[in-house]
Design a protein around this ligand. Sequence first.
Ligand code: KG4
Ligand code: ZN
Length: 351
Amino acid sequence: MNILGIETSCDETSSAVLRNGDVCSNVISSQLCHSSFGGVVPELASREHERLIVSIIDAAVTKANITKNELDVIAATAGPGLIGAVMVGLSFAQGLAYALDIPFVPVNHVEAHIFSPFISEGGRHSSPESAFVSLTVSGGHTLLSVVEPDLSYTVIGRTLDDAAGEAFDKTGKMLGLPYPAGPSIDKLAETGNPSFHIFPRALTSHSQSSKSRDGNFDFSFSGLKTAVLTWLQKQETSFIERHTADIAASIQAAIVSVLVEKSIALARSRGIRALSVAGGVSANSGLREAMKRECSREEIQLYLPEMRYSTDNAAMIATLAHLKLSRGMSAKRIYNVAPYASFTKAAKRCH
Ligand code: KG4
Ligand code: ZN
């Protein structure tokens, strides 16, 4: 079975082909037109998707050595995301599925991140065999969930304000780093001292608030943003320039320590022996190292996506469609865009 995946939720135009669950191609074009604005401009994103979508899909199909007539299913991100951006991919996908007379599968972008550690390549197939804790950390989301092997999941915690990726991007902007600042902070942190300055770790055992005690799996990063801003305002420019790597390492340490502490605490409290980290921030080397260290100490199996599947890509969209179809979930004919995530704390079926 050949599945064509399409992803256009934010500023990556991507298309992938999966053959029997295995990635044959995964073409990604990252939009550079937003860099001078310090963030993604929704209208520009939609126009770029529109400009590129035909050539990206053609490239994915050609790279997979097939023609469009050999496609069996089309899957596309249906949300959450920028409404105009999602609509470009979703409308194109449904139009193409209609023209080829094949089924269409709408995919929730955040759910696709959750299952990205199970993207199969080169015949190496893996799929969740037991329940696992999922930390999904991207530019728009920070979610802690318990995922069952049947793909259903329960959201246990989420950010009360900013997402972890946003915390990287906004504090990096304060340091004069280009958007998105997460990768630059990661790079700078390699040579910096993470204990140079201790920034707040909200709602954890390190914070003063009583809300932080065991059993609170929500996150908050807005206080960190304010703390970095007010601290930077008190420093001389030359001091900041001399210590940019140390400051980046200290910011990264604050974000990573919260993410690791809460994920491990949730796994421990539920007696779950597997944990996955996904979404753009899962590319962070400090987070990967800390998770590896803690999971090995706690004897928890760690699932991480390949680096190229941490950030937005269509292989994860096609993979979730494949996992759903292989579990008997049905395809759709027409589906409307869902720009906002509607995650609830109650158990939620993934279809
Ligand atoms: O999943 P993603 O590509 O898009 C969304 O769905 O939001 O995530 C993008 C986010 C951005 O905030 C970016 O700064 C962050 O992931 N990111 C990183 C790294 N690579 C990407 N954050 C920290 N370290 C990285 N290496
Ligand atoms: Zn994403």
